[in-house]
Design a protein around this ligand. Sequence first.
Ligand SMILES: [Cu+2]
Length: 151
Amino acid sequence: MTAKRNGARVTVLAVLFMTSAVHSADALTIDVHRDANCGCCKKWISHLEANGFNVIDHVERDMTSVKQRLGVAPRLASCHTAVIDGKFVEGHVPAAQIIELSKRDDLAGIAVPGMPAGSPGMEVGGTQHSYQVIGLTKAGTDQVIADYPAQ
Ligand SMILES: [Cu+2]
């Protein structure tokens, strides 16, 4: 009896979470800065649009200075750099963590450093390397926001 009730509650919470995630993404606008020749950056933009984001695309000549201006620590660097509500989104971050970022005031930004195969926009056949989404707190420390295992 108790176990059954717990199971039902978990299901309800999961449905509520999915509903709110989809709803939030509807209204989110994100600025993406990328190099003109970056193919995986365009694929990541497609991932955002498929998840309901309104993407404003900026083609840049010098991504290094863009990253410096937006406060992306070099250890977190990837290809493209996006901005949402004044917070940076560096690299191939999945839509779910961007939605989470939009609700958090303790973070300066989030990143998927490098370009791990299998992250959104980095699909290479069926290859899925493990990667983490790292949050940079306003205090300057790193925090693991999500862990995607290899498959
Ligand atoms: Cu990339």
